[in-house]
Design a binder for this molecule. Structure first.
Ligand SMILES: Nc1nc2c(c(=O)[nH]1)N(C=O)[C@@H](CNc1ccc(C(=O)N[C@@H](CCC(=O)O)C(=O)O)cc1)CN2
Ligand SMILES: Nc1ncnc2c1ncn2[C@@H]1O[C@H](COP(=O)(O)OP(=O)(O)OP(=O)(O)O)[C@@H](O)[C@H]1O
Length: 217
C-alpha cells in the first residue's frame, strides 16, 4: 500500500496549517493595534462602553469578568466600571505561571488598580486570596476577530479552554472587545477556525456591534 494516510495524519496537517495562518495574521493585527494613537485608544474605549451599555446587557445579578489591558488591547475599564455601577460583581482572571496548565481562574475584583498583583506576561491579577467565582459573562480581549464570531488571541489557548467549561456547567456568554481595525474581513478569508475554537456571542468595537447569527459557520 503506497503512502497510507490516516485521518489523524490529515487532521494534524490541517491543524498545523491553521496554526501557521493564525501566526501570520497575529503579527499583522498586532502591528495595526500598536499604531493606534493614545487619544484614539481612549476614545475607542469610551465608545465601546457606550455601545455595550446600549446594546447588550448582562442580566441583573450576573458576575462579569473582564481583563486588565496589556499590549495595547482595547481598554475594558470604562465598560467594567459602568457595569459595576449597574450592580454587577466584577472578576478578573488569574494567570497560572508559565509552564503550568493554561487554566485561568476568575476572582472577585473591586475595580481598583491597587488591589491587583503582578501576574505572568505583564498581566495584573487579583491575589490568590480573592474569592474565586464562575463568571456568567466574559469580556474577552482580542488580537483579531471576524464576522462569524471567531476570535484570535496570543496563541496560548487560555480563553478557548475557559469558554467551554469541562464541568458540563453552562458556558459563559463571551463578548469580544476590540478595535474595528482588528477585524479580519471575508475578502481575507476570515479567521482560520480549529475544532477547539469557541465563537463569541458578540463583538463590540468603537464603530459597531457585531452579533453573529447563531449557527453561522
Ligand atoms: N489582558 C489580558 N489578560 C489576560 C489574557 C489576555 O490575552 N489579555 N490572557 C489570554 O490568554 C490570559 C493570559 N495569557 C497570556 C498569554 C500570552 C501573553 C503574551 O503576551 N504572550 C507573548 C509572549 C510573552 C512572553 O513570553 O513574555 C506572545 O505571545 O508573544 C499574554 C497573556 C489571562 N489574562
Ligand atoms: N480546549 C482546548 N483543549 C486542548 N487544547 C486546546 C484547547 N484550546 C486551545 N488549545 C490549544 O492551545 C493552542 C493555542 O490555541 P489558539 O491559537 O486558538 O489560541 P488563542 O485563541 O489565539 O489564544 P487565547 O485563547 O489564549 O487567547 C493550540 O495549540 C490548541 O491546540
Amino acid at each position: 500500500m503506497p503512502h497510507p494516510e490516516t485521518t489523524a495524519d490529515i487532521d494534524a496537517a490541517a491543524l498545523a496549517s491553521i496554526a501557521e495562518r493564525k501566526a501570520a495574521l497575529r503579527a499583522r493585527l498586532l502591528a495595526r493595534r500598536r499604531a493606534i494613537p493614545a487619544e484614539a485608544a481612549e476614545a475607542a474605549a469610551r465608545a465601546v462602553r457606550d455601545g455595550l451599555m446600549r446594546a447588550t446587557m448582562p442580566p441583573p445579578g450576573a458576575v462579569v469578568a473582564g481583563y486588565w489591558p496589556i499590549r495595547g488591547e482595547l481598554d475594558p475599564r470604562p465598560s467594567l466600571h459602568a457595569l459595576a455601577a449597574r450592580g454587577h460583581v466584577l472578576a478578573l482572571p488569574r494567570t497560572p505561571p508559565p509552564g503550568a496548565a493554561p487554566r485561568l481562574t476568575f476572582h472577585v475584583w473591586d475595580g481598583t488598580a491597587g488591589s491587583l498583583a503582578p501576574g505572568p506576561f505583564a498581566t495584573r491579577h487579583p491575589p490568590g486570596t480573592a474569592p474565586a467565582v464562575t463568571p456568567d459573562w466574559l469580556l474577552v480581549p482580542l488580537v483579531g476577530f471576524d464576522r462569524t464570531g471567531a476570535r484570535l488571541g496570543y496563541g496560548g489557548g487560555y480563553y478557548d479552554r475557559c469558554l467551554r467549561p469541562a464541568s458540563g456547567g453552562p458556558a459563559p456568554v463571551a463578548i469580544g472587545l476590540a478595535y474595528a481595525c482588528q477585524e479580519v474581513g471575508a475578502d481575507d478569508g476570515g479567521l482560520p477556525v480549529a475544532p477547539h475554537d469557541v465563537r463569541l456571542r458578540a463583538i463590540v468595537t468603537e464603530r459597531t456591534l457585531i452579533q453573529p447569527v447563531a449557527g453561522d459557520p
